[in-house]
Structures are given as C-alpha cells and as structure tokens.
Design a protein around this ligand. Structure first.
Ligand code: ASN
Ligand code: ZN
Length: 324
C-alpha cells in the first residue's frame, strides 16, 4: 500500500507498506525491506504497525519517526543500487533486509552485522542515528561484504569504510530531500559531538581531528574510520575538484597533498567508477594502490581513457599521494 511518512530527518516521504486498514506493516513487499522496534533492548523486536498508514510525525518522541527514517533509508538505498548501479539489493538476489530501530538504551551508533541494519536512539547529546547517509553507509557495508569483501583492517579497512561513506553520500544525493539537503559530510544532523559538527568531512577529512587527508604507508594502522580519509578525499576531489566552493549552501575547501589542482567530473560518474572498482577489481586484502589501479581501469572501461572522468579519477589519486 502507498503510505506517507514523517521521519526525524526524512520528512514527507512516500513509503510502500503491506497489510490493510487497521494494521499496516512497515514492510515493503517490493524490496523485502522491513523495520522493527527493538523496544530499547538488544532484541530484534517486532515489525512496526500502524492503523491508518500515516507513519511518524517528524518528532523524536513518536516511536514511528525513527522507523520511517530507517525504512525510507533502506528502500532508497535499495533503489539507488538497483537503478544507478544495476545491483539487485545487498546480495544481488533481490532480497531486502531488516532494519532495527530504538536498539538498546542511549546507544550512539548504527551498524551492519551481516544480515541487518541496527540504529540506536543516541543520547542526550546525539540525535538518533537514523540519518539517510548513515543508513546508506550501513547498508553499503553489506554490499562491500558481498562484492570485494574488503577486510576491516589495514588499507582494506579504510577502503571499506570510505566505500560506505561514498555510497551513503550517493544515496543522500539520489534522494535529494528538502528536509536533508545533500552534502559531502557524514551524519551532519546527528550532532554526535554535541557541537554541531558532522561525523566526517569528505573535502578535508582531517577536520574531524583524526582522519587522514593524504595516503602514506602508515594509514593502514589507523582505525578504518580514519584510514578512510584519503579515499573520501579522493571521491570529493574527483567529483568536485580542488579549491574552495559552496555546494547546496555548504562551504568546502579541498586542497591536494601534492599542490596540484584537480578538475571534478561530477559525483554521479565517480560513484559508478567506484562501484565498478568495488565489484570487479578489488579483493579482501586490496590496498590503496590496488584501488588506484582498479578505479583507473574501471573509468577506462566505463568512459574511455580520454574522458574527463578518467582524468579526474587519476589526478585525484595523484592528489591524495597514492603512487603509480
Ligand atoms: N557505525 C559504525 C560503522 O558502520 C559501526 C562500526 O564501527 N563498524 O562504521
Ligand atoms: Zn562503517
């Protein structure tokens, strides 16, 4: 059934639900995605239901609102992979996945565990973790697991995390919601630090105080959320180019590690290049050099060796100091 929802972040969105008048279910028969309420325990919970098929009210106090965000996030990510990348869900077999909301108490995280997405409510500082780019990030961990299978350590760990940030951002742009204008920041609405700053910055990852902007042989010993920095920086540069610019009202300033200047080719094509790299060029132990080689090959295959996309992909890898 056609439903409307008002999430904490995703306002006035359309959902497809199942069931009928009196007991609709937050379960999309087309994608197979469904959302449960874990009741602030560490349990799977039960699928959310509603009598009139109008879900959430945009406030945190309505338990359905986080459910709307999670379900809309899963369905939009499913649509993004299907219509943009030609991938039929996490497992490429058309199956959807469960999302669990209101998991545990004061839980300030979200995660993919191999079968499902889970979201905490945050605490008195952090808002619920159900923001759209985070949903796309978590579901993309499932895609990575079922394609390259990148390890969660070393260079591969950073590539794994950055892949989730890149496609989480791609999903945010794909949805293009007025209530969550797309950007090149991760989790900017959650206020996880209590001071209005996002989880991560793609133009200059080091702005978070811990991520690397530039590749070196030591990044692989960092937490994957910090060794992701160089590839996030690559994505920003290849998409938007170097220098200062304002996009959708947000100011960015992306400098290069080698003082070069980079021309952007647009995020949509760069995401296609990265998806092709992830799904056809990389393995569990791939490093940044393999990412560079695979992405250039992918760009040649998709757009040709003299295309702007190919030039931007290569010059952005130079700009983050990944050697030939
Ligand atoms: N939210 C985190 C992530 O998806 C959970 C973790 O540390 N793996 O990266
Ligand atoms: Zn992650």
């Amino acid at each position: 059934a056609h439903a409307t929802g008002n999430g904490i972040y995703d306002k006035n969105v359309t959902l497809t639900t199942s069931g009928s008048s009196g007991s609709y279910k937050l379960s999309n028969p087309n994608t197979g995605n469904y959302t449960t309420d874990s009741n602030n325990q560490k349990i799977n919970g039960t699928t959310m239901t509603d009598a009139d098929n109008v879900w959430g009210d945009g406030s945190n106090s309505n338990r359905q609102s986080a459910g709307v965000d999670a379900q809309y996030g899963a369905d939009t990510t499913f649509d993004y992979y299907k219509s943009v990348m030609g991938r039929n869900g996490i497992w490429n077999n058309g199956n959807g996945a469960r999302s669990r909301v209101h998991y545990d108490n004061n839980y300030v995280n979200a995660f993919w565990d191999g079968t499902q997405m889970t979201y905490g409510d945050g605490d008195r500082n952090a808002n619920p973790l159900t923001e759209l780019d985070v949903a796309g990030h978590e579901m993309s961990h499932g895609v990575t697991e079922n394609t390259a299978g990148l390890d969660y350590s070393g260079d591969a760990g950073g590539l794994n995390e950055a892949t989730s940030d890149i496609f989480g951002t791609g999903v945010e742009w794909y949805a293009n919601l007025a209530s969550d204008k797309p950007d090149f920041l991760l989790g900017e609405e959650i206020d996880i630090n209590g001071d209005g700053t996002p989880l991560r910055y793609m133009d200059k990852p080091s702005k978070d105080g811990a991520s690397y902007d530039c590749y070196s042989s030591s990044v692989g010993s960092a937490d994957p959320h910090y060794s992701s920095g160089p590839l996030n920086h690559w994505y920003f540069l290849a998409s938007n180019g170097s220098g200062a610019k304002t996009i959708n009202g947000v100011s960015y300033n992306s400098s290069t590690c080698d003082s070069s200047s980079v021309t952007g080719a647009g995020r949509a094509d760069i995401e296609k290049v990265w998806y092709r790299t992830l799904s056809t060029k990389l393995t569990s132990t791939s490093n940044y050099k393999a990412a560079r080689e695979g992405a250039i090959k992918s760009a040649v295959e998709l757009y040709g060796g003299s295309s702007q996309v190919c030039k931007s992909v290569e010059s952005a890898f130079n700009a983050i100091n990944v050697p030939k």
